[in-house]
Ligand binder design. Structure first.
Ligand code: NAP
Length: 285
């Protein structure tokens, strides 16, 4: 028997929009303190991937909406690791730049991990460095990876605690699944991490009180694997506006659900600009 439930829509678009006024006020206050210097997020875009170019543009627009600036460094598709490292060194040394983002993914010939780890910790507003990850995982202050940190902010906004709950994160990428699992562990969830070598994925998901889709495959997680009353978070985004999780019938029987689009995505950008502002505020204390 299916139980009809009140499902909370975790509306990241509205939460991010509601945060804009506060961020604008903080930017104005910061400029008043630091001689009108505008905080800057610098983005490095390597190659011609149209989706990456769109994400970089959206991040620039989000900066301008709150009164910050963005700067884009573009490198060609054949750029080498050394060339990317050089640009990171230049931005690390530039006092006008408060946050650095290397747009993921970079072309295959570039060593992305080496490049991420070259970003100065205090400018790592996208939370991609190994150092930042280690601090975050140990519960020490660090900027969290933007998408998982955005998911945690979204849950907090709706007053949803994962403490004591069994969370199943499907995906273990360094920018999403793995840091999210650590954030949930630090928030006292009991965490299972699933990946491409997991056997009996459906059984693992059936036990989830909180299920996170971070796989990157459209509608890969079937709705009939998800238990009644679950909190459902879909980080996936694919052409046609579908996520990693099949949603048919879920709204009638889960406790909370992120829409796709409009759930996790807007929280990622909101977290990135909020962390950039925080980095700028720290340099002006
Ligand atoms: P990724 O680096 O490709 O990682 C995918 C993960 O899924 C890997 O850990 C992989 O396992 C796992 N996986 C693949 N096939 C599986 C299977 N059959 N069963 C179980 N696990 C499987 O992807 P990502 O960068 O984390 O992104 C994941 C999704 O999130 C994508 O749809 C992406 O577009 C979306 N995303 C959204 C945002 C946003 O702002 N909304 C930001 C980032 C990513 P292995 O480790 O074993 O290979």
């Amino acid at each position: 028997m299916t139980v009809q439930r009140e499902c909370t829509l975790l509306d990241g678009k509205s939460v991010a929009a509601a945060n804009v006024d506060e961020l604008q006020l903080r930017v104005s206050a910061l400029k008043a303190r630091n001689g009108s210097r505008t905080p800057i997020l610098a983005t490095i875009l390597v190659g011609e991937d149209p989706s990456s170019a769109t994400y970089v543009k959206m991040k620039g627009n989000a900066c301008r909406r709150i009164g910050m600036d963005s700067r884009v460094v573009k490198l060609g598709a054949s750029a080498t690791t050394s060339e990317v490292l050089h640009e990171i060194d230049v931005l690390n040394a530039d006092e006008l730049v408060h946050g650095i983002l290397l747009q993921h993914p970079v072309p295959a010939q570039v060593d992305e991990r080496q490049c991420f780890d070259r970003i100065s910790l205090h400018k790592d507003v996208d939370g991609v460095t190994s150092h930042g990850f280690g601090l975050m995982a140990l519960g020490r202050p660090a900027f969290g990876s933007a998408t998982p940190a955005g998911i945690m902010r979204l849950l907090a906004h709706y007053g949803i605690s994962v403490a004591g709950r069994h969370a199943v994160v499907v995906g273990r990428s360094p920018i999403l699944g793995m840091p999210l699992a650590m954030m949930m562990l630090n928030a006292n969830a009991t965490v299972t991490i699933c990946h491409s070598k997991t056997s009996n994925l459906a059984d693992e998901i059936r036990r989830a009180e909180v299920i996170v889709g971070a796989v990157g495959r459209p509608h890969f997680i079937r709705s009939d694997w998800i238990q009644d009353g679950a909190i459902v978070i879909d980080a996936g985004y694919h052409d046609g506006g579908v996520g990693d999780i099949q949603t048919d019938g879920l709204a009638a029987r889960c406790t909370a659900l992120t829409p796709v689009p409009g759930g996790v995505g807007p929280m990622t950008i909101s977290t990135l600009i909020s962390q950039t502002l925080e980095a700028a505020e720290r340099t002006t204390l």
